[in-house]
Design a binder for this molecule. Structure first.
Ligand code: C2E
Ligand code: MG
Ligand code: MG
Length: 741
């Protein structure tokens, strides 16, 4: 062996030179101690890692030198036991360098024992693992923060702070790139506020500092001298005064290839990154990708949970959160207004023009609503055709003005698929704090006010008023009360006369339902009819109205009061029911009335439903000899051409047109056209809501057949109607048709 070893080396001195070379030219620190832990040899890397000159350390106790005498007793005992076993072992340990910095080392320790088993030397090889350990802890902490769903800004700040702790000579920043490709500062913990403000919103580009440029190019950009690099021409004034002279920025590239942000190092010296910098930045970029992607995924989920996908508006859940947040941060007397908006006749749009037009209409409405608001206000879609608007710092006056502004904005026809659709809506308003101090109450009250506005039957707004009893605002409770009223026959019918425009004779009466709630007082029919339609009570009400109207007509017959016929309103929903026809027939028969004594008022909804049973019902009723009247004509989206599909004999022009006859030329033209066309189709033309002499004259001049309205009488209970009728008949004939040609 000796000879062989000798063959490798020329002589002992050469052997020593080569050995020293082998031990020194390694990345690892190597040292040897005696049995008492006194350092007797250390290689060059030892000096490099720990910062001690070799001559200073020889002869000193190694544990003390490396700060390891501070190990706790248990660790020390364990290590000593390993040494005594006399076998090589590995252990991750920490130590301090000359300046007191903590280092992590993977130590391979070889105890050298004498023949008698006594410890003679320790040979120790140390690998510096500080860096990978730093990366590991950085990764662990950042991933933990991401897993805890901390906001992206907070995670970015954590990354910057940790990196700056590893590299005290570095100032770091993380910027995000918004969808418009502009820089948005996320984390710059060691840079002044003004710097963040100055770069906020800068569009990325081929020469926008290091960050704007690296985002633009999608590759890292190293600027070793900010003072001279043309990329920094417009921005160097921002950083040079801070003593920063170099910048190295890397794009944060998501897995789909998008550059979502940048991660940058600023240096005080004119320099580029070291290997170790590159190491850490590679790790950090990976963490940034994880954090950015997680953030985007969370935003998408939030968007689904908190935004209406059709209009992009906040949904009901977000609205509530925003209201609650506003209340938390506001003084209790902060004035706020809540507008509950419901589109009129939206169902008709869906039914006649299709759901895609309906959808587009909602999108356009959402756009118009947004345009009407000030910063700080919030518009949300509450579902269906309902929108809720929160107006911050708003009193009743401004709420009213805003509501009117919105209604006006909707009246400008919306253009969809080449169609021009006018939209009207009804708005209910509740005010904070007068009408409630929590979101539930305020929205409920605005909803109740909206119902009041609906009953006005024209684009309008209504304020919630306190007299409306709490219970009255709750659709559910009210629905239960209505169910009870129907079951106990607590509804009533009132009768409104229909007068011949030609000779003033009574042609018939319209039966109109009334409901007086024991606690809430009178509930308007528009409200309880809609409620009945929503809660499955409408058929019961329809059957009851038919029965009661026929019974009353028969009772008047018996007393020789000559009422030619009664009109009963039947909901489109009831028309979908196969039972309608047998019920009508049985009712007439029970009371011994002929078919021409009953007239059924339907609305455009019946046509637009497109339900085959509804169409069948209309034809079957006609074949029984029962006349059908098209009520509220002109409010829906059906046209005269739709009428051809229905066997109606009568057309009732909606009250809203009659109301506007005097002031609106438009209404005059429309009413004239409708009457002319109706006449040409052989239909009986009825005007409802006639209130003034001028209206009557106008309608008579057009030879409208029937007039109904407050000018003659409002709807009256039977006994009052009898008195009215007696007086009417007794009056001079000229009174009845004043102004008739
Ligand atoms: P409608 O069938 O169009 O009834 C006419 C409405 O106009 C009635 O309102 C009537 O009181 C009102 N009116 C009549 N003349 C005038 C006038 O000169 N000026 C003003 N300002 N108003 C006038 P009402 O009674 O509030 O009923 C509202 C709606 O509720 C009815 O409109 C009808 O659609 C529905 N409705 C009422 N009773 C029933 C019913 O028994 N069944 C069904 N399905 N619906 C009903
Ligand atoms: Mg009617
Ligand atoms: Mg009507």
């Amino acid at each position: 062996m000796g000879e062989k070893a000798g063959a490798f080396t020329a002589n002992a001195q050469e052997e020593l030179r080569l050995l020293t070379l082998a031990v020194n030219e390694t990345e690892r620190a190597v040292y040897v101690t005696d049995a008492h832990g006194i350092l007797i040899y250390a290689n060059r890397t030892f000096s490099e890692i720990f910062g001690h000159a070799t001559e200073e350390v020889l002869g000193r106790p190694v544990l003390e030198l490396l700060g390891q005498s501070d190990y706790d007793a248990a660790t020390m005992d364990r290590l000593l036991a390993l040494v005594r076993r006399g076998r090589t072992f590995q252990e991750e340990v920490w130590a301090h360098d000359r300046l007191g910095n903590e280092l992590w080392l993977l130590a391979t320790v070889r105890p050298v024992l004498s023949m008698q088993g006594q410890l003679e030397n320790l040979v120790c090889v140390l690998e510096n693992t500080t860096e990978s350990r730093q990366i590991q802890t950085l990764q662990r902490d950042v991933l933990e923060a991401v897993a805890q769903d901390l906001p992206l800004r907070q995670v970015a700040n954590l990354i910057c702070k940790r990196v700056e702790k590893i590299f005290p000579e570095v100032v770091s920043s993380i910027l995000s790139i918004d969808p418009d490709k502009r820089l948005r500062p996320l984390a710059l913990p060691s840079l002044p506020q003004y710097y963040a403000q100055a770069i906020d919103g800068l569009p990325i580009g081929p020469d926008v500092g290091s960050c704007g440029t690296s985002a633009y190019r999608g590759v890292p950009v190293v600027t070793e001298d900010i003072e001279t690099d043309p990329l920094w021409a417009d921005y160097r004034g921002l950083v040079l005064p801070l003593g920063l002279h170099a910048c190295w920025s890397s794009p944060i590239k998501l897995r789909d290839g998008r550059v979502a942000g940048t991660f940058a190092f600023y240096f005080r010296q004119k320099r580029g990154p070291s290997n170790w910098h590159e190491h850490i930045v590679a790790a950090c970029l990976h963490l940034c990708v994880v954090a950015f992607e997680r953030h985007e995924a969370k935003e998408r989920i939030d968007k689904l949970a908190y935004y209406d996908t059709l209009t992009g508006l906040p949904n009901r859940a977000l609205l509530r959160e925003q209201i609650d947040a506003a209340f938390r941060n506001a003084r209790p007397d902060r004035q706020m207004a809540f507008l509950f908006l419901d589109v009129d006749n939206f169902k008709d749009v869906n039914d006649t023009l299709g759901h895609s037009v309906g959808d587009e209409l909602l999108v356009e409405i959402a756009k118009r609503l947004r345009e009407q608001l000030r910063p700080g206000d919030l518009v949300s879609r509450h579902g269906g055709d309902e929108f809720v608007i929160m107006l911050d710092n708003c009193d009743g006056d401004r709420a009213g003005l805003t509501a009117d502004g919105i209604l006006d904005a909707l009246l400008r026809p919306l253009h969809i698929n080449g169609l021009s659709l006018p939209v009207t809506a009804s708005i209910g308003i509740s005010l904070h704090p007068e009408d409630g101090t929590d979101s539930d109450t305020l929205l409920k009250n605005a909803d109740a006010a909206m119902y009041q506005a609906k009953s006005e039957r024209r684009a309008t707004h209504r304020f919630f008023n306190r007299q409306m009893n709490q219970m009255g605002q709750d659709r559910v409770l009210l629905g239960a009360a209505l169910r009870e009223a129907v079951a106990e026959h607590a509804l009533h019918l009132r009768y409104q006369p229909q007068i011949s425009a030609r000779d003033g004779k009574l042609l018939g009466v319209e039966a109109l339902a009334r409901w007086t709630h024991p606690a809430l007082g009178e509930i308007v029919p528009d409200r309880f009819i809609r409620l009945a339609e929503q809660s499955g009570l409408i058929e019961a009400i329809g059957e009851w109205a038919l029965e009661e109207a026929c019974r009353q007509l028969k009772a008047w017959d018996a007393r020789d009061l000559k009422i030619p016929c009664v009109s009963v309103n039947i909901s489109p929903i009831h028309f979908r029911n196969r039972e309608l026809l047998p019920v009508v027939a049985a009712t007439l028969q029970r009371h011994g009335l002929s078919a021409d004594r009953l007239l059924i008022e339907i609305t455009e909804g019946v046509v637009m439903d497109g339900c085959p049973i509804a169409m069948e019902n209309t034809r079957a009723l006609q074949s029984l000899g029962i006349r059908l009247s098209m009520d509220d004509f002109g409010t829906g989206y059906s046209s005269l051409s739709h009428l051809a599909r229905l066997p109606v004999t009568e057309l009732k022009i909606d009250r809203s047109f009659i109301t506007e006859l005097e002031e609106s030329v438009n209404a005059q033209t429309l009413v004239t056209a409708v009457i002319r066309i109706g006449q040409s189709l052989g239909l009986t033309m009825v005007a409802e809501g006639v209130e003034t002499e001028a209206q009557r004259r106008f309608l008579q001049a057009l030879e409208c057949d029937v007039l109904q309205g407050f000018l003659f009488s409002k709807a009256l209970p039977p006994s009052e109607f009898e008195s009215w009728f007696a007086a009417y008949e007794a009056g001079p004939a000229s009174d009845k048709v004043r102004g008739a040609a």
